[in-house]
Write a protein that binds this ligand. Structure first.
Ligand SMILES: NC(=O)c1ccc[n+]([C@@H]2O[C@H](COP(=O)([O-])OP(=O)(O)OC[C@H]3O[C@@H](n4cnc5c(N)ncnc54)[C@H](O)[C@@H]3O)[C@@H](O)[C@H]2O)c1
Length: 450
């Protein structure tokens, strides 16, 4: 099929590339000309494991192209996927301006008879209930040409996006007619050969599946964070509590880790969108409000802990930070806990030196004043404490002796519970993590009187 993918970000690029890889002819459109130039030159503007190679092979095969010209992009399109951003707007509601601007471009392309006859317009962006129908009405207002709409929410995880797209647990398609059902059914047939379902439903239900799935996962994270604070107070161990809980098959293992709370471009804004949808409907959503509040409180709790050990006036202190991305295997720093924590440290007067394997460049663009380190050891040299914000694999087995030798004080605030607290104390660290008992550090050889 001939497809147009609008928006070449995390979702658009992965969708376009994977659909090209199953034989479709795909044109990806983005307004950001620099991004398009990077892509046309064989580069990849985002860090997503496996994406760059797949982009190149599909471009070389002539199935994948990029443009910043909407009218070129819509030529002969049979299916148009809208994959633009839907951030939280200044008024707290979802900002749908990019989605609606794409709807206007599609209307223009339909009026000019650029697309193939009766194209399908698929909203893949995460949108509040009613948006897909509003997109349909907006296009229809200026156009005679027939077209259909569908909502096809995306469930990929950054860091595992290619595998999530190619081996989905399920595909959700909200359709209004047989055209949507048939075209999406054909397009996704290669991805459901293992018996994983392609679920067809009405459009509002499909829109709601996306929000309710994210809200459920965010709820589990906030739940564990709330419990972790109780564990911390009473000397219980959240890691053992988790083990005891997740062996109950009704509860399961995933999304039950205490930490710094959720971040990224999806959970924070999607929970806020649910809260706003509820307010607009006169139907309060106190559970989702609590999920959001607990998430915000978790970051403040962690910062308070740092201040309680090092003092709230941190002038003259140098703090190392490991991990800036909102989670491992991505360069995405949208709503990353590291942003709140680095800002709080700098505001308290500390000098901050931070390292991230791939997200440091994006973080530097925020111009926070943090100094960038090239590796984990540089970010731990001459520091009064080390703060862990992201659980990158390369952080898991560092040379602890080297850290002890390079830090001014062996103090670690671990927001991701990377290590065993007892072992860290034995090694000589004052190790403070989330919801796990604190052990007094063993006296390090350097401190032993001669
Ligand atoms: N990132 C994720 O992990 C993820 C997962 C599932 C769903 N989603 C949803 O998918 C949507 C896209 O998210 P994303 O993370 O890919 O966003 P993104 O910010 O990475 O990418 C959006 C792209 O759209 C482009 N764009 C904006 N307006 C445009 C227009 N009028 N025409 C053409 N291009 C335009 C931007 O330049 C940008 O490159 C959002 O609704 C998001 O909630 C994201």
């Amino acid at each position: 099929m001939r497809l147009t993918i609008v928006g070449s970000g995390y979702v658009g690029l992965v969708t376009g590339t994977c659909l090209a890889n199953t034989g479709n002819k795909v044109t990806c459109l983005d307004l950001d000309s620099q991004r398009v130039q990077t892509l046309l030159g064989g580069g990849c503007p985002i860090h997503e494991p496996g994406l760059e190679e797949l982009l190149r092979s599909n471009m070389d095969a002539g199935r994948l192209n990029f443009t910043d010209d909407p009218m070129e992009a819509y030529r002969d399109a049979q299916v148009i996927f809208i994959c633009v951003g839907t951030p939280t707007g200044e008024d707290g509601r979802t900002d749908l301006s990019a989605v609606m601007s794409v709807a206007d471009d599609i209307a223009e392309a339909l009026s000019a008879a650029l697309t193939s006859p009766h194209p399908l317009v698929v909203v893949k962006s995460t949108v509040p209930l009613g948006t897909t129908m509003a997109v349909r009405d907006r296009i229809k207002a200026g156009v005679e040409t027939p077209f259909s709409v569908a909502d096809n929410p995306e469930f990929l995880k950054e860091g595992d996006a290619i595998s999530d797209f190619q081996k989905p647990d399920r595909i959700v398609c909200g359709v209004e007619d047989d055209i949507g059902r048939e075209m999406l059914g054909e397009l996704y047939a290669p991805y459901v050969r293992q018996g994983n379902p392609c679920l067809f439903m009405d459009i509002p239900s499909a829109e709601m599946v996306k929000y309710s799935s994210n809200a459920m996962l965010a709820c589990r994270i906030s739940f564990m964070n709330e419990i972790s604070r109780l564990c911390d107070h009473h000397g219980a161990d959240i890691a053992k509590v988790r083990e005891g809980m997740c062996t109950d098959t009704r509860i399961g293992r995933d999304f039950l880790y205490a930490g710094l709370g959720y971040g990224g471009s999806c959970f924070p804004k999607d929970i806020l969108a649910i809260i706003e949808m509820g307010r607009d409907a006169g139907l309060p959503t106190p559970l989702n409000e609590a999920v959001h509040d607990v998430n915000q409180a978790q970051r403040r709790w962690f910062i308070d802990r740092i201040h309680s050990v090092l003092g709230s006036d941190m002038n003259g202190l140098r703090i190392g930070v490991w991990g800036l991305a909102f989670k491992p295997r991505t360069d995405d720093i949208r709503e990353a806990p590291s942003r709140t924590i680095v800002t709080a440290l700098l505001d308290s007067g500390a000098e901050v030196i931070g390292y991230d394997p791939v997200a440091a460049g994006n973080f530097e663009q925020l111009e926070t004043g943090m100094v960038r380190a090239d590796d984990i050891y540089e970010a731990a040299t001459d520091v009064d404490a080390l703060v862990i914000c992201t659980e990158w694999s390369e952080f898991r087995t560092p040379e602890f002796e080297r850290l002890l030798g390079s830090m001014r004080q062996p103090v670690i605030f671990d927001g991701r519970n990377l290590w065993d607290p007892e072992r860290m104390a034995r090694l000589g660290f004052n190790y403070l993590c989330i919801g796990r008992p604190h052990h007094d550090p063993a006296v390090s050889p350097a401190d032993t009187p001669a």
